[in-house]
Design a protein around this ligand. Structure first.
Ligand code: AMP
Ligand code: GLY
Length: 423
């Protein structure tokens, strides 16, 4: 099978690494990819959102399946673009339709969807300039802290959590005035939920689904979850509190109703659903949906997946996910992200990376790297994700920590406490 994978981060390197292990793979192309994906496939210098160019490439290379990594092409309608064009409509696209991608692309839509299907989530009110007073009254009815979310995509920055009511009212105004551009012309105000979070992933064909290993990511820059939010500093799988009892509730109250709800609303969805969950006293609530896999969660989820990924994706495209089995590695997997100095603020790209040779005890997934005159250099805030297995969390973390320490580039930083809040 010839596969075209869209994206360029650590998630895509992990997906590419897993696809490359399938005996069914003939050629793997990654658009645009990074220095890591170039080790397991062929990078193609095309933007993941340049749909006409992707179509031409798919025809030229006889692509049999398109796998979409990031949300951007999904929210912009890559699925619908392919399906609407008779020349490429036959090529399965793994990812939701544009309508399905609204689960991630619009908080207002996703909250309404959860309401319609009785899926547990925080109480909310959707506000724009026309019902601002109602919004202020809703804020007054809540207890601190206050959660304000830009309706649209805001590069992961559109959520504000404020401890002061006056400040929340003020920020609501500035968001509606365009603090996050068009994305915050509508704002969702939410009740604050207190608990521990985890990331649950399902692959669906629109009717059936398979639940992938559960992971937890660590978003803050500093040890002990302190400091600024990042794209993710590491991840761990499995997550001890996501035990059989919890996951039974997740499936019954959240996953099944989500897949059934999409179907009932006529929303085409053949791809990954990311359930950002919070455990409130043993009960799961949805914090957010994403229409894709998580990053860096994919860097621990794919290593724990024993089943052939092409078999699973093909079943998702054909509507036969109920006919395939999903096998999972029992071991722990931990990934530690090496980031550029200054990240998530300003940082300098192009730093030479050394010590990154293949090793038997850890997997190295590239997030932001490229090649300059043959040398491996940094090309983003998040640079490399170092994943290790272990019989325990401690063993896996120690292996990643050791491997991470051996890799050098100027300004390199990583957190050594991934999984600290789990047993
Ligand atoms: P989101 O982009 O919706 O995932 O929000 C970003 C982060 O804000 C989440 O990962 C949570 O840590 C936090 N958050 C969002 N909504 C809530 C809520 N209703 N209660 C508590 N924390 C929240
Ligand atoms: N790790 C969170 C995300 O991918 O959105």
């Amino acid at each position: 099978m010839n596969i075209l994978l869209l994206g360029s981060g650590g998630r895509e390197h992990a997906l590419a690494w897993k696809l490359a292990q399938s005996p069914r793979l003939k050629s793997l192309y990654i658009a645009p990819g990074n220095a890591g994906t170039a080790e397991v496939g062929v990078n193609v210098p095309l933007s993941a959102t340049d749909f006409p160019a992707l179509k031409a490439f798919a025809l030229e290379m006889a692509i049999d399946m398109v796998v979409v990594g990031p949300e951007d092409p999904l929210v912009k309608g890559v699925y619908d673009f392919f399906k609407a064009d008779p020349m490429v409509a036959h090529i399965p696209v793994i990812g939701p339709s544009q309508s399905g991608a609204r689960l991630e692309g619009s908080k207002e839509f996703s909250k309404g969807f959860m309401d319609r299907h009785h899926i547990p989530t925080a109480r909310y009110l959707s506000v724009n300039k026309d019902n601002l007073e109602e919004g202020v009254a809703f804020l007054n009815s809540l207890k601190a802290p206050y959660v304000l979310k830009a309706d649209g995509l805001a590069a992961g920055k559109g959520v504000l959590i404020l401890s002061d009511l006056d400040e929340a009212v003020k920020e609501l105004g500035t968001m509606l005035d365009g603090k996050f551009g068009e994305a915050s012309r509508t704002v969702v105000i939410e009740e604050f939920l207190s608990g521990i979070e985890c990331s649950v992933f399902a692959l669906t064909d629109g009717r059936h689904y398979k639940i992938l290993p559960v992971a937890k990511d660590y978003k803050r820059i500093g040890e002990g979850d302190t400091g600024l939010n990042t794209g993710g500093m590491g991840a761990i799988s499995p997550v001890a509190f996501a035990d059989e009892r919890f996951m039974d509730l997740v499936e019954k109250r959240i996953i099944r109703p989500t897949v059934d709800g999409l179907h009932a609303e006529g929303i085409v969805y053949t791809g990954f659903i990311f359930f950002g969950l919070i455990n409130v006293g043993g009960d799961p609530f949805v914090i957010e949906y994403n229409a894709r896999m998580g990053d860096p969660e994919t860097e621990v989820v794919m290593p724990r997946l024993k089943s052939d990924l092409i078999d699973l994706l093909e079943a998702a495209a054909k509507g036969t996910l109920d006919k395939v089995a999903l096998e999972v590695d029992d071991r722990y997997a931990v990934t530690v992200m090496l980031v550029s100095g200054g990240y998530p603020g300003d940082y300098v790209k192009g730093k030479v990376i050394t010590g990154c040779d293949a090793s038997s005890d850890s997997l190295i997934f590239h997030a932001g790297t490229s090649r300059k005159e043959g040398a491996l250099v940094t090309n983003g805030g998040r640079v490399l994700a170092i994943t290790s297995y272990g019989a325990s969390k401690q063993e896996a973390l120690a292996a990643s920590f050791k491997r991470a320490s051996a890799i050098q580039f100027e300004g390199r930083y990583f957190r050594s406490d991934i999984g600290f809040d789990l047993p």
